[in-house]
Design a protein around this ligand. Sequence first.
Ligand code: PHE
Length: 516
Amino acid sequence: MEKNIGKKQIQMTNKGERSMQKTPANEHRQRWSSRLIFIFAAVSSAIGLGNIWRFPYMTYKYGGGAFLIPYLIAIFVLGIPLLMMELAVGQRMQKGAIDAFKKVNKRFGGIGFIAIFAGFAIVVYYAVVIGWAAVYLIKSFAIKLPWAADSESYFFEDVLHLTKGVNDLGNLSWPLFFVLLLVWVVIYFAVWKGTKSIGRVVLIMTPLPVLLLLTLFVRGITLPGSLSGILYYIKPDFSILFHSDIWLAAISQVFFSLSIASGIMIAYGSYNAKKGDITKNAFITALCDTTFSLLAGLVVFSVLGYMAFVQNVDIGSVAQSGPSLAFVVFPKALSLMPLAPLFSVLFFLMLFAVGITSAFSLVEAVNTIFVDEQKRCTIKKISFYVCSSAFLLGIFFTSGAGLYLLDIFDHFVTHYSLVLAGILEAIAVGWVYGAEKMRAYINSVSDWRVGKWWCYMIKYVAPLTLALLAAAQFIDEIKEAYGGYPHWAIALGWLMVIIPIVVGIVLAVKGKRRQN
Ligand code: PHE
């Protein structure tokens, strides 16, 4: 019975593909101007705040060096196979996330929608964090860094105007508002001509942060005390490996970092010709991204080691996990260095640059679905609507409760929506489209061939491990509300997960009707 359903669906898919080949619209699809530009775009999407801001504090929070074990396992077992899958889906179907899954089965548009919704929710708060980096960058052009005396009150009070809790929204911070506007203007002009403008931007914005990181790395490891910082960072606490939350944290970090399950790689893949390479591109992207994260972690902790050395305190008392690591502890450490303003400029410029290239990739994923659907609306117009609505929603995060809201959104979207999108995508490709069929396609276009292992990962390992871990996390969550936030705030977080699921179900029902 099941087999028959599968067959029927594959036939439908084939029909869909055939009709797609006929549509002249695909001949006019935007293209990356070269393979290098595509790789730059994919790598610069992957390398983002996730590598510099999120990865070091996640590693530190979840057992230091021990975190690298689930992280690296997750990269190879889930990250790379799913990255290959997404690039393949986009490239094979020549469509963004929603239409690409509709081509797998008419009822599956919702899978793409869940991914796109998650990506859009992320970019709304992601741009706010880039805004913080911009504030620090601007303020670094000073003889004496303004946070040198008290970096904690500088960040929480002067920059964020943080209230006592999420119940108190406080006032809008006008400087953050304007910086956020600036960030969105930059993002807009990066995406407004689609692959053409993105191609130009990534040509500079991909190598730039790498150079900055290498400079900071050399500076970091040559500072006195850096070794103790690095040792503290990588010293493993293996006992933590027995907790399910560390595995889910590692997986969600892999998803976040590789830009998967948010529609990006499907959209980016769809701008490649159908014959474009997949396997090697996926490996290059994952390798660059992971190396960048590991190096960024070393930079952050070598500088913290230096701070402990200068202040003659234990490194454990200066290191601090959480989103404020890059904006409280690290800036403080920078302020103690010789030529502090210079290195501060380099660090925040790097943060800004990696943030922007990732933010516009998230926007491009959303733009693509409209470009696919709306033949009459220009990319410029679509970009304008997408960017301005994300900007308007982002204003909430510039309020005094912004940091709390950001923490809640980040938790629910990355731990549930991204994971759910990953599960459904893998099921759709593995079981309905057919893992073997997709592998045959990947191998027909790629320099490196993938073995049968890929099919097992997509069909069994990815959906099962993701579902198990999300369930374990869910049970923990019921026992204890995340972060001790009030009910309404937690409900808001769940809403971000539930809304796209409901839309997905509606799309499935509607798709079924249309099919009949
Ligand atoms: N990969 C980017 C980062 O690590 C941006 C991103 C985050 C993309 C989350 C998709 C989902 O910062």
